[in-house]
Design a protein around this ligand. Sequence first.
Ligand code: IMP
Ligand code: MG
Length: 179
Amino acid sequence: MTDPTLRVLISPERLQARIREMGTQITADYPNGNLHLICVLKGACFFLTDLARAITRDVFVDFMGISTYGKGKTSSGEVKVTKDLDISLEGADVLLVEDIVDSGITLSYLVKLIEQRKPKSLRIAALLDKPERRLRPVEVSYVGFQIPDRFVVGYGLDYAEKYRNLDAICVLDETGPQP
Ligand code: IMP
Ligand code: MG
């Protein structure tokens, strides 16, 4: 895709290689038990499908819809569940699959919510982490890439619902196309 407002930060090849490594690690860390991958919609769905295929043991897949109220570049801080899980988590090993950890507000809310469902264990896998932006502490067990404090799009991540289907992670140029 040749869009002058986009600059590739992580190529498709690097993304896929790192996700394969994460899948191998997760497979080794969960030798037994029921492993539930919970995808946080919509951004994490591309990551979820590649990560699930990189995990070479049985998994359950479920989806949780979350809205953080706002179409801009920052979470409003208010989190709302728009789609709840279909499958019970009681006694299961749960891996929450998220696209990016920014302020940590969304994940700290989700962790509290999922803990109420009495899983046996709960960990987080996030493709991207912007540690500089953290407002709430969250423990992320599996991080794909740490990135600087830049707004990124692609591979599930959007700006006002656009750019999700890019196969790379790109930085969106704030200044727009130059004349
Ligand atoms: P947090 O609650 O601030 O940690 O925000 C997490 C959510 O904000 C993510 O799931 C994304 O949907 C969105 N977000 C945060 N940073 C970015 C970004 O750089 N690009 C696109 N979406 C982002
Ligand atoms: Mg998200």
